[in-house]
Design a protein around this ligand. Structure first.
Ligand code: NDP
Ligand code: MG
Length: 385
């Protein structure tokens, strides 16, 4: 395996920093060519000095000079401005993009990488939720593999190795249930930001941690699975599995179920996506049957966790509905994180926005961009009231 040149978009986040740990342990296999951050200049500078990439991007223009000065003794090029991420994604300086930006902001650079013929290791699920049809079509046209990083989708992807001739009957996405599994609305109504930020099994960025607490994350993952594996909505099922040992399953036409298992640690799916098709030896902690003797499964409670129900509706409806759901959810989650709205209000914002924004059956990319903008403004107007 020759050295693969990696571009990490969103290097200062939870996925980005874990990817750098994987790379640091495998410098014979990977080099770092691009690092990007939005506001975290300190960490970006530290990462750049350590990994010596070709280019860094700092999204926040006010931080540009500081990053530039800190890297002035190196050959590292420093970019900023709104279009910088796309410009860098279009460069021929890397072999694989790790798409680890959070939210809608990850869409355009990822599309650019695909148009540039670069394989994508995709953590940024919102990209597929917003415009999955266009993203996967472009990937097909450009013969670019999209390798999932999300643990559930990585599990399915791993279960599908060697099964190209066999039809999938359905996929079963596992969900931990989050910190409020079993709770009812009378409890959830009083949930505050800091409590919702404590996930039982995974340590992740703030946005996905809140999405996991509301189960919106699992809804976004159902939509992500539809596009990654070319499935119909009724082929995608969710089961609550609190131990997070089975990362997801595929059921084939003969009824056989394949599962991928392991301890909940994102470094494994990140490493698998970076190294694909090779598995790489590592010293990550191993699963021990003595410490986890029982694996349990439950139905998700979509009546209480209505965000999952709304995402299922958006999945079934198709068109620009998942894009509307995603935009409203991003606005709602950031409002909740700033203590502007309550836990259950997030669902209200998403539902009302889905009811308000015009439905388009087969949107163009421009129409997806417009839908995102309209849904955001409407969702924001609900919060100001
Ligand atoms: P984090 O919030 O930890 O990191 C996000 C990264 O994106 C940071 O580098 C951040 O920069 C950058 N960023 C934030 N906003 C913008 C913007 N507007 N433009 C450009 N860059 C931006 O997120 P996670 O690492 O947790 O998640 C990243 C993606 O991976 C998400 O889509 C998430 O759903 C998905 N994912 C994450 C998992 C996890 O375990 N964390 C598991 C499965 C999927 P800065 O630090 O400067 O703000
Ligand atoms: Mg996941």
């Amino acid at each position: 395996m020759s050295q693969k040149r990696i571009a990490i978009f969103g290097s200062t986040g939870s996925i980005g920093t874990q990817a750098l740990e994987v790379i640091a342990a495998n410098t014979d296999k990977f080099s770092v060519e691009v690092l990007t951050a939005q506001t975290n200049d300190e960490l970006l500078i530290q990462q750049a000095l350590h990994f010596n990439p070709n280019v860094v991007v700092i999204g926040d223009e006010r931080k540009y000079q500081k990053v530039k000065d800190a890297l002035s003794k190196t050959d590292i090029k420093v970019f900023t401005s709104e279009s910088a991420l796309e410009e860098v994604a279009a460069m021929d300086i890397y072999d694989l993009m790790l798409a680890a930006i959070v939210g809608y902001a990850g869409l355009k650079p990822t599309l650019q990488a695909i148009e540039n013929g670069k394989p994508v290791a995709l953590a940024n699920k919102e990209t597929l939720v917003v415009a999955g049809d266009i993203v996967m079509q472009k990937a097909l046209e450009n013969r670019v593999p999209v390798i999932p990083v999300d643990s559930e989708h990585s599990a399915i992807f791993q279960c599908l190795v060697g099964e190209t001739r066999n039809k999938i009957e359905k996929v079963i996405l596992t969900a931990s249930g989050g910190p409020f599994r079993g709770k009812k609305p009378n409890f959830l109504v009083n949930v505050k930001r800091d409590h919702a930020l404590q996930h039982p099994n995974w340590t992740m960025g703030a946005k996905i941690t809140i999405d996991s607490a509301t189960l919106m994350n699992k809804g976004l993952e159902m939509i992500e699975a539809k596009w990654l594996f070319n499935l119909k909505p009724d082929q995608i099922q969710v089961v609550i599995h609190p131990q997070s040992i089975i990362h997801s399953m595929v059921q084939f036409e003969d009824g056989s179920l394949k599962a991928q298992m392991g301890l909940p640690d994102m470094k494994l799916p990140i490493q698998y996506a970076l190294g694909f098709p090779y598995r790489i030896q590592n010293d990550f902690p191993r699963f021990n049957f003595k410490s986890v003797s029982t694996l349990t499964f439950e139905e998700p409670d979509v009546k209480t966790f209505r965000n999952l129900g709304l995402a299922m509706e958006a999945l079934a409806k198709g068109g620009n509905m998942p894009c509307i759901l995603n935009a409203a959810n991003e606005i709602a989650v950031y409002a909740f994180l700033r203590n502007r709205i309550g836990f259950l209000d997030m669902t209200e914002v998403v539902e009302q926005t889905m009811n308000r924004i015009s439905f388009i059956e087969s949107p163009t990319l421009e129409e997806y961009y417009d839908t995102d903008g309209e849904a955001r403004s409407f969702a924001a107007s609900l919060i100001q009231m």
